[in-house]
Design a binder for this molecule. Structure first.
Ligand code: CS2
Length: 486
């Protein structure tokens, strides 16, 4: 079986690029080339290249590991995007030029970012990849930030790379680029801008910080497309649909959404041709999506993990659990301000997307990195709901599910390691708490942005403690059944 590549001919039912990718130059450098970017930004750009052309192909950079580059470079950047709804469609994406990774990552990435043709640096590195605190400051304890502050000339992290590239552009008399964060942080562009300026100032480059502030732009974005990790089945399906071996295939849902602030420093693709919405202020959209979709996701991931549901669709197949998802969506919607959209319709559409039987979205995948996700997904709306007097029980249930998930033990009574950048500290907190109730203040001290002290007091604090106890003593399934009856 031949590998997918620029010269591979269409022999399956998959759609092939409707343009000649190699005739377009790269205008974007993308940091972090995971499945989400391949299903979202790269697919949007593919559509624009097909409809409008332009020098907007993408050079990818893998900040960690070489496996994505090893899969994609022998395929000339081509990969199959499989869309699974009521029907299955496959499309070969031609946007990606090549992927930079490995020991020469820093120098090659900087060279790509300082080419005059580079006009946008886009990013999907997940919440934990940046080194920004939940308030939006530079997190100097983040391993990549700390290392890059030590040796800013050979950066390995997002912020270090952006600052070094902008410094080189300034020195060469080149214009700045747009920095486009596409991760699920609230105010992603704004926070990244602040952290970049702090990094520039911290490396004694005050003049540079001023130049970046005046010339580079950092639009905030809301991004959405449910994209599970690829499996052997994904690769098998891609092979059947394209007639070629593809080690970089991705599967995703039909729905996609992208809302972007239209503040680009040096032009942009007409992403609106592929459905992107350009607005003056992304904040309300981002609040809606982070609190409703992602908030419900985190709730169902922890409660799903604790009740034996491997996939989101399994949660939705349990009527009681699905009722809790709808309850969460409603409570989250009540905290969203300033959006002239019918949030009941949005909530119903989300529940439909979660049901999608053709998407195997693992609850274990969503459960990862809770300390990075829960502040914007659960804690912020919980505090606002408390203040406004709207329902808070769903947020207490979500946080209790996370706490109980951290305290899980295997059949021999040993704690189960969680996948989180703060896993060691979380494990110590669990080990040090004399009982499960004592865990709450310990976790609040450790991660006040996940469990703000105000949520440990009063009625909210009482519900939280009681739910954690109940999940521990009766099991999650019993608690789900009872919560759904309330
Ligand atoms: C999920 C998101 O893994 C997670 O935490 O909540 O990746 C989610 O699927 C996307 O944000 C959907 O756009």
């Amino acid at each position: 079986m031949n590998r997918l590549s620029a010269s591979a001919l269409s022999v399956g039912t998959a759609a092939w690029p409707r343009y000649r990718p190699e005739e377009h130059r790269a205008g974007i450098v993308h940091l972090g080339l995971g499945n989400f970017a391949r299903a979202h930004l790269l697919a949007y750009t593919d559509e624009v290249l097909a409809r409008r052309g332009g020098d907007w192909r993408i050079i990818g950079v893998s900040l960690r590991g070489t496996s994505v580059a090893e899969a994609l470079n022998p395929q000339d950047g081509r990969y199959t995007l499989i869309t699974r709804g009521q029907e299955t469609h496959a499309q070969v994406i031609g946007t990606l030029k090549h992927v930079i990774a490995g020991t020469r990552m820093a120098s090659c990435a900087l060279a790509a970012m300082t080419r005059p043709a580079c006009r946008i640096v886009s990013i999907t590195v997940t919440e934990k990849g940046y080194g920004i605190t939940s308030e939006g400051a530079l997190d100097r304890t983040h391993p990549a930030v700390a290392a890059d502050l030590e040796s800013p000339a050979v950066p390995g992290g997002v912020i270090g790379l952006i600052v070094a590239a902008l410094a080189a552009r300034r020195a060469a008399g080149l214009p700045a680029f747009t920095v486009l964060s596409c991760d699920n942080l609230s105010h992603n562009g704004q926070k990244l801008r602040r952290a970049v300026l702090e990094f520039a100032a911290a490396t004694q480059q005050d003049a540079l910080a001023g130049w970046i502030a005046a010339n580079a732009t950092f639009p905030s974005t809301m991004v959405d497309r449910i994209t599970p990790a690829s499996t052997r089945e994904t690769l098998g399906a891609a092979q059947a649909l394209t007639g070629h071996e593809d080690l970089a295939a991705v599967e995703t849902e039909p729905f996609h959404q992208w809302v972007i602030e239209d503040t680009f420093a040096a032009g942009r693709p007409e992403w609106e041709l592929a459905g992107a919405l350009f607005v003056a202020d992304v904040a309300p959209y981002e609040q809606m999506k982070l609190r409703m979709l992602n908030g419900a996701h985190s709730m169902l991931a922890y409660s799903g993990q604790l009740s034996g549901k491997a996939y989101v669709r399994d949660v939705m197949a349990d009527p009681a659990h699905a009722a809790l998802v709808r309850r969460h969506l409603k409570a989250a919607a009540a905290t969203v301000r300033g959006l002239a959209l019918d949030l009941d319709v949005y909530a119903a559409a989300l529940a439909e997307r979660f049901v999608n039987p053709s998407i195997a979205h693992a609850t274990a995948q969503i459960a990862m990195d809770g300390t990075q996700k829960l502040p914007q997904r659960i804690a912020a709306p919980a505090c606002e709901a408390l203040e406004a007097g709207t329902p808070v029980r769903p947020f207490a249930f979500a946080l209790a599910s996370w706490v109980a998930y951290l305290a899980r033990r295997d059949a021999c009574g040993a704690p189960i390691r969680v996948d989180d950048p703060r896993a060691d500290a979380l494990r110590n907190a669990v080990a040090g708490a004399k009982d499960i109730a004592a865990l709450l203040p310990a976790l609040s001290a450790l991660c006040p942005d996940v469990l703000p002290p105000v949520l440990l007091n009063g009625e909210f604090g009482a519900s939280l403690a009681q739910l954690v106890e109940a999940i521990d003593s009766e099991g999650m399934a019993a608690v789900i059944a009872r919560e759904a009856m309330r």
